[in-house]
Ligand binder design. Structure first.
Ligand code: SF4
Length: 252
C-alpha cells in the first residue's frame, strides 16, 4: 500500500455557515451534548466551530463563515508539549490523540494556535433517547480527557482494512473513507483525500491553488490558516470569491 498523507480542502466560497458539518461530527464521534448552562458559560463542546465574521460597512455588510477544526499540522505545536505522548503524529500525516494515555494537563490545548482542542470538564451525559445512537466504532470519553478532530480516523481505518482485504488501494473520493463533515456538507465546501497521491482531487486542487497564490500564476485562492507560525497544516483553505470587492478595488 502506498504511503498516505491525509488532508482536506475547505472552500470558503461555498460555505454557507449551515453547521451541518458540526452536527455530523458530533453524531459520528460521540461528542458530548452541550447544555444551556454550559453554553451560557461560553463552553463550546464541538470539534468543528464555524467562525462568523463580518466584512464591509452597513448597508453593504456581508456575513462570512470559516469552518475551523484540527489542522493536522506537520509541525504541530501540541505534540512536543504532551508529557505522556498522548498526542503524536502517525505515519499517515494525522495528529492523533490516544485517549487512554491522556492525563489531562491541557498543555496541548494551550499550545494549539487554532484552539481546535476540546477538554471534557464534565462526565458526558446523553439523554436515554440518544444512547442507542452512539457510534460503536468510537470510544465514549470520560471526564478529564482531551479530544479533537482526527479526520474521522475510524472511517479511514475501516476503509483501509476493507481495501487491504480486497487487495486494492482506497478509492479517491470514497464516501465511506471521507469524514462525516465532508459527507454532510450540502454545498461540497469540504473535500478530503490523500495529499501524497499526485493524482488525487485534493492534491491536484491544493497544489494548483497554492502555487497560484505563491505568485507563479495569478488568481489562486489557496492559503493555510496562520501560515506565518510555520505549523504546516494539512488543511488548505480556498478564499472567498467576492466580485463586488474586486470591482471596488479595481475602480477605487
Ligand atoms: S456543512 Fe459545509 S456549508 Fe455548512 S457550515 Fe459546514 S462547511 Fe459550511
Amino acid at each position: 500500500m502506498a504511503k498516505k498523507k491525509w488532508g482536506m480542502i475547505v472552500d470558503i466560497d461555498k460555505c454557507i455557515g449551515c453547521q451541518a458539518c458540526v452536527v455530523a461530527c458530533q453524531s459520528e464521534n460521540n461528542i458530548p451534548i452541550n447544555e444551556e448552562g454550559h453554553f451560557n458559560q461560553r463552553r463550546a463542546i464541538q470539534w468543528i466551530r464555524i467562525e462568523r465574521y463580518w466584512e464591509g460597512e452597513f448597508p453593504d455588510v456581508k456575513a462570512r463563515f470559516l469552518p475551523v477544526f484540527c489542522q493536522q499540522c506537520d509541525d504541530a505545536p501540541c505534540e512536543p508539549v504532551c508529557p505522556v505522548f498522548a498526542t503524536y503524529h502517525n505515519s499517515e500525516g494525522l495528529n492523533v490523540q490516544v485517549y487512554n494515555r491522556c492525563i489531562g494537563t491541557r498543555f496541548c490545548a494551550n499550545n494549539c494556535p487554532y484552539q481546535a482542542r476540546f477538554f471534557n470538564f464534565w462526565e458526558p451525559e446523553w439523554p436515554d433517547s440518544l444512547k442507542n445512537q452512539l457510534n460503536p466504532d468510537v470510544t465514549v470519553r470520560s471526564r478529564g480527557i482531551m479530544e479533537k478532530c482526527t479526520f474521522c480516523v475510524q472511517r479511514i481505518r475501516r476503509s483501509s482494512r476493507e481495501a487491504a482485504r480486497d487487495g486494492r488501494e482506497v478509492e479517491d473520493g470514497d464516501r465511506a473513507l471521507s469524514p462525516a463533515c465532508v459527507n454532510a456538507c450540502p454545498t461540497h465546501a469540504l473535500a478530503f483525500g490523500d495529499m501524497a497521491d499526485e493524482e488525487s482531487a485534493v492534491s491536484v486542487k491544493s497544489k494548483q491553488e497554492l502555487r497560484r497564490q505563491a505568485g507563479t500564476r495569478p488568481g489562486g485562492r489557496g492559503y493555510h490558516l496562520l501560515d506565518d507560525l510555520g505549523t504546516h497544516p494539512n488543511v488548505v483553505y480556498l478564499k472567498k470569491v467576492d466580485k463586488t470587492a474586486e470591482e471596488h478595488e479595481v475602480h477605487g
